[in-house]
Design a protein around this ligand. Sequence first.
Ligand code: MN
Length: 255
Amino acid sequence: MSNPPAPAFDRRDALVLLGSAGLAMMAAKANAQPANDAHNAPDLSSVFGWDAAKGEYTLPKLPYPHDALEPHLDKATMEIHHSKHHQAYVSGLNKALAELKKARDAADFTLVKHWSREIAFHGGGHVNHCLFWATMAPPGPGVGGEPTGDLAAAITRDFGSFDAFSKHFQAAAAAVEGSGWAWLVHDHVARRLMIQQMEKQQNLLVTMVTPLLGCDVWEHAYYLRYQNKRADYVKAWMNVINWPVVEKMYAHIAG
Ligand code: MN
């Protein structure tokens, strides 16, 4: 076997640039393994679709079929969202990283601001969607409804009640101006939960927090079924939250 070509950039460097990377990693791990197996090295390559031979990201596989979240999220939307929109972020991230490699090789950083912004947007889109897929699941035990255990206690402590959290989260999601996300995050300074909005794939979320759960409110996430009724989509989306995964991520971060 010949040695694979050297990647165009170091994977660890790339992951540092990807704000939610660690969370998506843990989400996939929580899906796949028991909580007490937390210290084993996670399989970053499959979570982020990293192809070491090519030195590029590829689109990770959905952890369930396209129609698995019906009737809340329809098959056509899921198929287009994953295979077209998420793929576009993966391609955009690879393009930006490759262009910055060229810039280093040529010692020409004329466009460094442009390509850095492209990494933030497309890299953000990539990891946001990795986390999005991992924190949803087909309706079943633990899915939708309310969380349990430490996360449930923290939600009551920091929002007053699950109902108050749910109303706040849905209002934040419905009110994102333009395209973006609502996130349940953990504030590492105050050590408490917060709800924040994100515009596009990267703006507004402050850096001392780690995302736990996000609702994608770009029109591509809901328009086929819900048209302009974003609030109806967000309410339906609450039914496919994979709370056991979110609980395990919370334990990793805040425990
Ligand atoms: Mn999306």
